[in-house]
Design a protein around this ligand. Sequence first.
Ligand code: FDA
Length: 302
Amino acid sequence: MRGAFLYLSRQQNVRRFMETSPQAQGLTSRFIAGLHLEDGLRVAKELQARGVMTSLDHLGENVRTEAEAVAAKRQYLAALDRIAAAALSATVSMKVTSLGLDVSEELCRANTDELMSRAQSTGSRVECDMEDSGYTDRTLALVHEMHSKYASTRAVIQAYLYRSEADIEELNRRGIPVRLCKGAYREPAAVAWPDKVDVDRNYVKLMNAVLERGSYPAIATHDEAIVGQCFEFVRTRGIGPERFEFQMLYGVRRKLQQQIVARGFRLRLYVPYGDAWYPYFMRRLAERPANVLFLARSLTGD
Ligand code: FDA
């Protein structure tokens, strides 16, 4: 089931059909704030009133032209300016392929540089989402380069990749903040653990490493057992709640989100908006096939 959704997430024809279908857009509201920056900002303000920080993601990936990459950069610059104007505790999350990595590395580097610079001057941060393993080296190289110029970057590491332990040690050594997630793409067994039990075990190992030796890490998971292990680890090691944050996705496990905030820990929600929603939405379905039943019920009015 997971594989089928991840396969569909990469089908360009289905993507075009879905993203232009008015009916399909009605489906997405559980996971996506809306089509426009205003929607993301509205959700960020509501969350801030409840003590929750946000990371705004202007949806888009694998753009094919320079014009699309420049348009994505402008969207992010506008988001950073609006975040500052509204005094929101918000960062932005972007994918390097939305800023043109598939077009050229120079284009992507120039766009990323401009975003990092704006984030630094507005007191925010650019979180560099991690895409499939074909992009890992280039994304991390860009993160390292940006960190040498700006203090406004965060890397993302996926616990399902065998290489991640070494990547995390290097990021920790350089003092680069890390968001640790399990990993959302279809990867071959040559590069990633195929079994969830191994991914979960590695997640906990890497989580302990970033909490102990990292620089303001983000523990990005909805896994209640792992969140519990995090509470226990920071308690026994005397790591205060100001030294890290939890991150979760908009629309996922709202009760667990409330519990984290009620216990006095920091929580940031990843809030996507925009019209290029199809691949993101399909990855959310792949993570929990029960979501399909939930959507089917909402369509039939049950
Ligand atoms: P797991 O999949 O084991 O889920 C634990 C429980 O959470 C499930 O039993 C279910 O109850 C609930 N749950 C999880 N996903 C759900 C969903 N979609 N709908 C409803 N319930 C759900 N990945 C990546 O490859 N690159 C990236 O840059 C990022 N960035 C990122 C940012 C943030 C803030 C988060 C939280 C996650 C990501 N991810 C990501 C996605 C991540 O890799 C992973 O696919 C999902 O978070 C699901 O894994 P969990 O850790 O939640 O555990």
